[in-house]
Design a protein around this ligand. Structure first.
Ligand code: F6P
Length: 564
């Protein structure tokens, strides 16, 4: 395929367009009765099992999808990413978040320079700083230990760390290390979020991390100034040096803000914001909260970096993604199946349904990773695309979601679902004597829902159950609704890292096949610049009493009401 050819103009795409019409004639009930087919749709890696037999696909479909992936030069594109080529062409940057979790002795180049030593310099600095905060040798202005952390950042500088923090909070090993500490996240510029974050905290025992790749994001900078004022008011301006540190690629602006660059933790322009959880963006707050080192009991009985268990998990998937044939490659399979659902069935949405409360912030994080990456209208060469890219991602942990939006996915719109289950819960069950304990009850639903979606319930079955005739249409489930299941043996830092990397690479695979740039985000700019215009107006009205000007009727009217 020539680089300027759109993927939809290729023969494999056209083959899949006609193939989908055949598949539409076959119900998942039939597909699931073919055991050989089902066997071929189960893949294991490092204790994780992927079952995609409830996709509306046959082995023949998969061959066609692999063919499409080859035509899209998927493997070459993955290689180019790992080789540090500037695949984010609109920002002229390489995309090397995989280097953030590479082993110390690995070599990963950006612009001919091995970036891994830089990564480990920052990790070493984080280890040192987080240990000093935790053991009380870095203290606040009044000499008290800093037991509480507020991480100020938004989007990619917030969602990933929040997801990992939420997932580690109930991990017994991790939570033991967090005793007596609090980690909070201030993202929204809304004064309500400020109030919630500082509620019950004292400046003298609080450390504020200002997390911003650019150090220009309006919300983050305003929140950072607000917390700087909160600290200064109580402890005086000189206290800022002890109570505020920064994580950014823009160390010049960090210094301008008043934070000593020695207290700044760098990352690099080859790390996209939404792919930055493995940089200082995530590693610093999580290391302060949980500790950078603990005894690793289960792997090799040596002292290892606790936090690096998370990085090791992500790295294990990076290796798997880089070196495994498509047929056994978890992120590739997830990515191409999503392309199948979005581009050939036309299903616009995708639900992420972890059956673990610890993963309650996973869907919001992946929502940003996926929708900010792949919600594009043009190819990487700037050609308008005659097909939709991206998907609408949403999700909630089971079983909560079942009592919320599952009605729609069972009898309303078709939404392909990713069910994520955990064999061994992070937490013990109290009711050992019960026939079914809490975790088994949770997992009963994890196993039942994919079949309910796939098989549905026919009017004939209902009539056999003596359902009243007039209720039959209401109680009928068409079924034939695709899903896939991921079963993880446990949910510790290592597995959390793996899950993160699987979904990060899934998103890259989608974008590589659609032929778009998954690593820029120009779509967020217009709203930002219009907000600047409004901000100026609000200032002029408040300070000089000027009335709203230069806006359309609707905005002028609403602004005037607001200003009154
Ligand atoms: O929402 C747009 C965006 O640029 C995201 O990509 C990014 O994660 C977020 O804003 C925050 O940006 P920064 O880390 O530069 O403050």
């Amino acid at each position: 395929m020539a680089s300027s050819t759109l993927i939809c103009e290729t023969q494999p795409w056209k083959d899949l367009k006609s193939h989908v019409e055949d598949i539409k004639k076959t119900h998942l009930r039939e597909l699931l009765s073919d055991t050989d087919r089902c066997k071929s749709m189960m893949v294991d890696f490092d204790g994780i099992t992927l079952d995609y037999s409830r996709q509306r696909a046959t082995p023949g479909t998969m061959d066609k999808l692999y063919n499409l992936a080859e035509t899209a030069h998927l493997k070459e594109k993955i290689n180019r990413m790992f080789n540090g080529e500037r695949i984010n062409s609109t920002e002229n940057r390489s995309v090397l978040h995989v280097a953030l979790r590479a082993p110390r002795d690995a070599v990963m180049q950006s612009d001919g320079k091995n970036v891994v030593p830089d990564v480990w310099n920052v990790l070493d600095k984080i280890k040192d700083f987080s240990e000093r905060v935790r053991n009380g040798s870095w203290v606040g202005a009044t000499g008290k230990a800093l037991t509480d952390v507020i991480s100020v950042g938004i989007g990619g500088s917030f969602l990933g760390p929040l997801f990992v923090h939420t997932a580690l909070q109930t991990d017994p090993e991790a939570s033991k290390c967090a005793t007596g500490r609090q980690l909070r996240f201030l993202a929204n510029v809304d004064p309500i979020d400020v109030a919630r974050n500082i509620a019950g905290l004292k400046p003298e025992t609080t450390l504020v991390l200002v997390v911003s790749k650019t150090f220009t994001t309006a919300e983050t900078m305003l929140n950072a100034r607000t917390l700087r004022a909160w600290i200064s008011k109580e402890l005086g301006p000189s206290a800022v040096a002890k109570h505020m540190v920064a994580i950014s690629t823009n160390l010049t602006l960090v210094e301008k803000f008043g934070i000593d660059p020695n207290n700044a933790f760098a990352f690099w322009d080859w790390v996209g914001g939404r792919y930055s959880v493995c940089s200082a963006v995530g590693v610093l707050p999580l290391s302060i909260q949980y500790g950078f080192t603990v005894v690793e009991k289960y792997v090799d009985k040596k002292f290892l970096f606790f936090y690096s268990r998370f990085l090791k998990g992500a790295s294990s998937i990076d290796q798997h993604f880089y070196s495994t044939p498509f047929e056994k490659n978890l992120p590739v399979l997830l990515g191409i199946l999503s392309v199948w659902n979005v581009s050939f069935f036309g299903y616009p949405a995708s639900a992420i349904l972890p059956y673990s409360q610890a993963l309650e912030k996973f869907a919001p994080h992946i929502q940003q990773v996926s929708m900010e990456s792949n919600g594009k209208g043009v190819s990487i060469d700037g050609k308008p695309l005659p097909f939709e890219t991206g998907e609408i991602d949403f999700g909630e942990p089971g079983t909560n979601g079942q009592h919320s939006f599952y009605q729609l996915i069972h009898q309303g719109r078709v939404v392909p679902c990713d069910f994520i289950g955990i064999v061994k819960s992070q937490q013990p069950v109290y009711l050992e004597g019960e026939v079914v304990n809490n975790h088994d009850e949770l997992m009963s639903n994890f196993f039942a829902q994919p079949d309910a979606l796939a098989y549905g319930k026919t009017p004939e079955e209902l009539l056999k159950e003596n359902v009243l005739q007039h209720l039959v249409p209401h109680k009928t489930f068409s079924g034939n609704r695709p899903s896939l299941s991921l079963l993880l043996p446990s949910l510790d830092a290592y597995k959390i890292g793996q899950l993160l990397a699987i979904y990060e690479h899934r998103v890259a695979v989608q974008g590589f096949i659609w032929g778009i740039n998954s690593f820029d985000q120009w779509g967020v700019e217009l709203g930002k610049s219009l907000a600047t215009q409004v901000r100026k107006q609000l200032h002029a009205s408040r300070v000089k009493g000027e009335s709203a000007e230069g806006f359309n009727f609707s905005t002028t009217t609403m602004l005037t009401k607001y200003l009154k």
